[in-house]
Design a protein around this ligand. Structure first.
Ligand code: COA
Ligand code: MG
Length: 289
C-alpha cells in the first residue's frame, strides 16, 4: 500500500489521559487513531497523558490503524517536552496545533529532528493567520517531514468569531483552500470534527460534504461516528462499477491510444481513467485484510 493510497476515511481523537478510550481504540474500525495531548487534556493531566501516549506507541497493538499523537504547541509550557518525548517514541505522525506559517513548520521539523524517518509531521489548520498561507505551508512538504493537514474547525470558528452552522458556510473557502494546497503538494488532508456526536444524521451530512470537497477522510470524536464515516468515504458499489467500466472501456482494442471515448452514453477522457484507477486502488486497499 503506497502512502497516498492508505485509507484515512476515519481519524478518531481520544484524550491520551483516558486509559479506557485508549484500550477501546485498539479494537475500533477507525483508519487513524489520534491520541490527544492538547485541548482534550486538562493542564494538570498533561504529564500523565504524555507518558500514556509514549507507552501506547511503544506497546503498539493498533494493527493496521495509523497512530498519530497530537502535541501541545511549542509556545506552551508542555510543547518542548511533548515534542522531545514523541521524537523518541516515533509514532506514524505527530500532529501539531495552531500553526501560523512556514516558520512554524521549520520549528516543528527541527524539534522532530531525532525522530525516526517514518514519523511524519501533520499540522492543524485552525488559525486565521495560516489561511492565506496554506500553499506556502504545504510546499514545505518537499523539504521537511510535513505530510498532512487536519482542519480544526472549532478553533477556526472561535478565532473568526464565526458560527458552526450545519451548512458550514463561513468555512467553505478555507476547506477548498486547504484541499487545493494539500493536493498541490501531495499532503493528506482530513476534515474537522462534528461536535454533534449523538446526531448521526447531521454527522453523515457533514461527512458527505467533506467527501464532496475532496478530503481523504474526517476527524472524529466518538466511536459511534466511525461506521457512518467509513461508509461515506468508501467508494460505493456504483462508483466501483463505473471505475471498472472506464478501465475496461479504455483497454478495448479499438480504444487503445485514444484520449476520449464514450462509456454508457457519456464522454470519458484519460483523466477519468486516472480517477477510475484511484477508486479501484482505494477500494482494494480498504478491502485488504
Ligand atoms: N475514543 C475511544 N473510545 C471512546 C471515545 C473516543 N474518542 N469516546 C468515547 N469512547 C468510549 C467510552 O469510553 C465508552 O466506553 P465503554 O462503553 O467501554 O464504557 C464508550 O465509548 C461510550 O462513550 P459515551 O458514554 O457515549 O461517551 P462519553 O460521555 O464517555 O464521552 C466525550 C464523550 C465527547 C467526552 C468523548 O467521546 C471524548 O473524549 N471524545 C474525544 C474528545 C477529543 O479527543 N477531543 C479532541 C479533538 S476535538
Ligand atoms: Mg484546536
Amino acid at each position: 500500500m503506497t502512502e497516498t493510497l492508505r485509507p484515512r476515511r476515519s481519524a478518531l481523537y481520544l484524550p491520551a489521559s483516558n486509559p479506557k478510550a485508549l484500550a477501546k481504540a485498539r479494537t475500533l474500525d477507525a483508519d487513524v487513531v489520534i491520541l490527544d495531548l492538547e485541548d482534550a487534556v486538562a493542564p494538570e493531566a498533561k504529564g500523565e497523558a504524555r507518558a500514556a501516549a509514549v507507552a501506547a506507541v511503544a506497546e503498539g497493538g493498533f494493527g493496521r490503524r495509523e497512530l498519530v499523537v497530537r502535541a501541545n504547541a511549542l509556545s506552551t509550557e508542555w510543547g518542548a517536552d511533548d515534542l522531545a518525548a514523541l521524537a523518541a517514541a516515533g509514532p506514524d505522525a505527530v500532529l501539531v496545533p495552531k500553526i501560523a506559517g512556514v516558520e512554524d513548520i521549520a520549528a516543528y521539523d527541527h524539534a522532530l529532528g531525532n525522530a525516526p524517518a517514518h514519523t511524519r509531521l501533520w499540522v492543524m489548520v485552525e488559525t486565521c493567520a495560516v489561511v492565506p498561507r496554506l500553499d506556502a505551508v504545504a510546499a514545505c512538504a518537499a523539504s521537511s517531514r510535513l505530510a498532512g493537514f487536519v482542519l480544526g474547525t472549532n478553533d477556526l470558528a472561535k478565532e473568526m468569531r464565526a458560527r458552526l452552522t450545519p451548512a458550514r458556510t463561513p468555512f467553505l473557502p478555507v476547506l477548498t483552500a486547504a484541499v487545493c494546497a494539500a493536493r498541490a503538494h501531495g499532503l493528506v488532508v482530513l476534515d474537522g470534527v462534528c461536535n454533534e456526536f449523538r446526531d448521526l444524521t447531521a454527522f453523515s451530512a457533514e461527512a458527505r460534504q467533506g467527501l464532496e470537497f475532496g478530503f481523504d477522510g474526517k476527524t472524529l470524536i466518538h466511536p459511534d461516528q466511525i461506521a457512518p464515516c467509513n461508509s461515506v468515504f468508501s467508494p460505493g458499489a456504483e462508483e466501483i462499477a463505473w471505475a471498472e467500466g472506464v478501465v475496461a472501456a479504455f483497454s478495448q482494442p479499438e480504444n487503445v491510444g485514444k484520449g476520449v471515448i464514450k462509456v454508457d452514453g457519456k464522454m470519458v477522457e484519460l483523466l477519468h481513467l486516472d480517477q477510475a484507477r484511484r477508486v479501484l486502488a482505494i477500494a482494494g486497499a480498504i478491502a485488504a485484510p
